[in-house]
Design a protein around this ligand. Structure first.
Ligand SMILES: Cc1cc2nc3c(=O)[nH]c(=O)nc-3n(C[C@H](O)[C@H](O)[C@H](O)COP(=O)(O)O)c2cc1C
Length: 189
């Protein structure tokens, strides 16, 4: 069994990365293999709306760094997507990634259906609720099994590493990781 955490911040080594790593550590503690993937610096174009993924080989025509990550998502049992709030929303990087992978997955026979997943959202101050809902739309329409934690998976911080001081946020993503591990094992039974 494997869980992957995909970080949609354009900033390497930032708060989303810290929290996603923390959730993955919690999952790894339960004997599940984990991998962290950061989208920062990668070439991830937006969906062009061509619907080529509807055709036979369900391949996205945009040839960039999204496809190899999509292959890893296909193989994973659990998927975490994390994003900072940018002007009240997920980053354009994460949104492009969700549009691309989500559409291919749908037209490939809803292949994310039955995987376990959920979002993590970080902000300096505002926009977490909207962004959390925005991320949940993606997981839900794609048929993921989702778990909560002891709070919503949100945390606060602006500068790199600052989120570590948000003790409740850090504890929440740890619990989220534990619940994900439990659900992944239950789904596999
Ligand atoms: C372009 C941009 C827009 C942002 N918009 C918001 C916002 O709407 N609300 C907020 O609370 N923080 C906002 N922030 C702050 C980030 O959400 C915050 O710094 C976060 O910790 C970044 O996560 P990262 O370290 O993973 O990149 C914004 C930051 C940038 C660069």
């Amino acid at each position: 069994m494997k869980a992957i955490g995909i970080v949609g911040s354009p900033r390497k080594g930032g708060n989303c990365e810290f929290l996603t790593n923390h959730a993955l550590k919690s999952i790894a503690e339960e004997g599940i293999e984990t991998e962290l993937i950061t989208l920062a610096g990668l070439d991830i174009g937006h969906c062009t709306g061509c619907y080529a993924c509807q055709k036979d080989d369900h391949r996205c025509v945009v040839d960039d760094d999204a496809w190899p990550i999509y292959e890893k998502m296909k193989a994973a049992d659990g998927i975490i997507l994390s994003t900072p709030v940018y002007f009240g929303s997920a980053t354009s990087l994460m949104k492009a990634f969700m549009d691309r992978t989500g559409m291919v997955a749908r037209y490939s026979g809803d292949i994310f259906k039955g995987k376990v997943g959920g979002p993590i959202v970080v902000a300096r101050r505002g926009g977490v609720n909207f962004t959390y809902a925005e991320m949940n739309f993606w997981f839900q329409i794609l048929g993921f099994f989702m778990t909560g934690a002891n709070y919503w998976n949100i945390a606060f911080g602006r500068n790199k590493g600052e989120v570590a001081q948000d003790k409740e946020g850090v504890e929440t993503v740890w619990n989220f990781g534990k619940n994900m591990a439990q659900l992944m094992k239950a789904v596999r039974k």
